[in-house]
Design a protein around this ligand. Structure first.
Ligand SMILES: [Zn+2]
Length: 267
């Protein structure tokens, strides 16, 4: 099957028979129009597309480092049994992403901004939290509500158009990569911060590193626009909100730290 038709197969299977209301992991009401299977198929196809269009980094030391951190986070996911695929991409862009279906992409330049294992764990956990919270599904569904729905479906039906693929990928948070702006909303960012913090703590990474990570990100963005911030916009009170959440996950971090966890080091 051709890539484009595979990617948009999920949208062809769209059921618009009614608004399906769900609750997010933090209890926020969400309208999700797509099935989990559709989103997984879209994630798989988008990841395959990313692997074709970007250079994969094969450095064994860097790969072992990223795999170690991602592996501990995946092991901390509730009820997760299927393996996730983790790929390190060579790129001057500061970016990372996670996709439904179990895929994580980290760009080498992210290691300049997330410069400790705990900070990289904060980025990956935040990305995985967007997936756990169905934010890609919500993005695509919100686009529908705003009147873009028909356009999205029309694009999906027109398998000859490259825009189909781009629109699908933008809904998953890959907008920076395909040049379509569909950034996550503030409530989705806050939610990914909360869920991500809990996840990294359960994986034995210091949740305080989420604060230094976003501080590094703000500093780095003064010199250059960061790709990650274009799809994951930060807001003024993010650091305060994170700081308020940290006491809630410190118990989980202490408990995880008592277990024999594999240390993740670059050298
Ligand atoms: Zn985000």
């Amino acid at each position: 099957m051709k890539m484009k038709s595979l990617i948009c197969g999920c949208l062809l299977a769209l059921s618009l028979t009614g608004c399906d209301t769900h609750a997010s992991p933090t209890g926020r009401g969400q309208t999700l129009l797509y099935s989990e299977q559709d989103m997984q198929q879209l994630g798989r196809a988008s990841f395959s597309q990313m692997k074709q269009s970007l250079t994969i980094n094969r450095n064994p030391v860097l790969n072992a480092y990223v795999d170690c951190i991602a592996g501990r986070i995946i092991a901390a996911l509730p009820g997760e049994r299927q393996p996730w695929e983790v790929v390190l991409f060579d790129s001057p862009q500061v970016n990372a992403f996670a996709l439904p279906g179990g895929y994580i992409g980290v760009y080498t330049s992210m290691l300049r901004v997330a410069n400790t294992p705990d900070e990289l764990a904060a980025v990956i956990s935040h990305e995985v939290a967007h997936v756990l919270s169905n934010h890609g599904n919500e993005q695509a569904s919100r686009a529908d509500i705003k009147g873009m729905g028909l356009k999205l479906v029309d694009l999906a039906l027109d398998l000859g158009e490259v825009e189909n693929r781009q629109m699908c990928m933008a809904a998953l948070g890959l907008g920076a990569e395909v040049g379509i702006s569909l950034p996550f909303g503030r409530e989705q960012e806050t939610e990914a911060d909360i869920i991500g913090l809990e996840l990294m703590a359960r994986a034995g990474f210091n949740p305080k590193a989420a604060i230094s990570l976003w501080q590094n990100m703000a500093r780095a963005s003064q010199g250059e626009p960061l790709e990650l911030l274009s799809t994951h916009p930060s807001h003024d009170s993010r650091i305060e909100e994170l700081a308020a959440q940290i006491p809630k996950v410190e118990g989980a971090y202490r408990e995880a730290s008592r277990r024999q966890l594999r240390p993740c080091r670059l050298r």
